[in-house]
Design a protein. Structure first.
Length: 297
């Protein structure tokens, strides 16, 4: 039996400051192959943008330690002649992430902004479904296992596969295996009692979209807290690693306008108008743009 640990946590320290982290995210934005995106490094970079002075290498080291513990637990179970099936692999991840290192979904303070910052999630061992889901994906893929995020609305879920077997997991509920009834109940609690499951909810989410989902959670909470300056930084981060996410330029324009940064608002809205494929959205943004330009005259 051969084991291989493929965790891609960056050992070279490609960024150490928020400025270098933003440069790294622009590098991610230039990648054309989604599989080349290092989820762990990108999530750490997003966290560092808001935490100047943090020593990022300690978080890289923590992730490497988690990966080593997953490998050790897996090897131990094989030595005990446990069947190497999908349920066993899920149990390995659960034991290391939740039992050994104490990670959990923050259901008491779900909207705490720290739950959407991957660095703070590591510090506090608490997070949102998507931030904990990233942890699962990084560790599973580090073992060479198939683990993907799903486009389930309002709550990030995972799918692990082994040969013909598939399991859907809720990282927020300590990796709970979700059956059709569980998924239907979760959907109705989020969307409404008339909602029904759709095949689209089982589509795989690319790495870039997972990062967008993570940072949108942060941006949303910053806007709700009326911290528009930091919300602009979150929007700029999304534009850096996902330049095709054209709606982010509308967010930037509106947020700059709220702060009276009219020239920046104009530039962002012009970019949005140039990128959006919707004539209706172009018209609405153009009206806002003309209003802001009139204040510049």
């Amino acid at each position: 039996m051969r084991w291989g640990l493929h965790l891609t946590i960056n050992d070279s320290g490609s960024f150490q400051t928020p400025e270098e982290a933003l440069h790294y995210l622009r590098h991610v934005g230039a990648l054309t192959n989604d599989a080349e995106i290092d989820l762990a490094e990108a999530a750490l970079a997003l966290g560092l943008l808001f935490l100047p002075g943090v020593h990022i290498d300690r978080y890289r080291q923590h992730l490497r330690k988690l990966a080593e513990h997953v490998q050790e637990e897996y090897r131990s179970r094989l030595r005990l002649e446990e069947d190497d099936n999908l349920h066993m692999r899920v149990q390995v991840l659960r034991k290391i992430i939740h039992e050994a290192h104490g990670y959990a979904g923050d259901d008491k303070n779900y909207d705490d902004i720290q739950n959407a910052n991957f660095i703070r999630v590591i510090e506090r061992r608490k997070g949102l479904p998507v931030s904990l889901g990233i942890l699962y994906i990084v560790l599973a893929r580090g073992m060479g296992w198939v683990c993907e995020g799903l486009s389930f609305p309002g709550h990030f879920l995972l799918r692990m596969e082994l040969e013909s077997e598939r399991l859907i997991l809720d990282p927020f509920k300590e990796g709970k295996e979700m059956n059709a009834a569980d998924l239907r109940q979760l959907l109705k609690s989020i969307v409404g009692q008339n909602a029904e499951l759709s095949v689209d909810y089982y589509n795989v989410v690319p790495n870039r979209e997972i990062l967008v989902r993570l940072e949108n959670n942060l941006k949303k909470r910053l806007i709700e807290g009326e911290d528009y300056g930091q919300a602009i930084l979150a929007a700029e981060a999304i534009g850096a690693f996902s330049p095709d996410e054209y709606r982010i330029y509308l967010d930037q324009g509106v947020l700059h306008a709220k702060l009276g940064h009219n020239q920046q608002a104009v530039a962002a809205l012009e970019t949005y108008i140039a990128k959006t494929p919707s004539a209706k959205e172009r018209q609405q943004a153009s009206q806002l743009l003309q209003q802001i330009k009139s204040e510049l005259d």
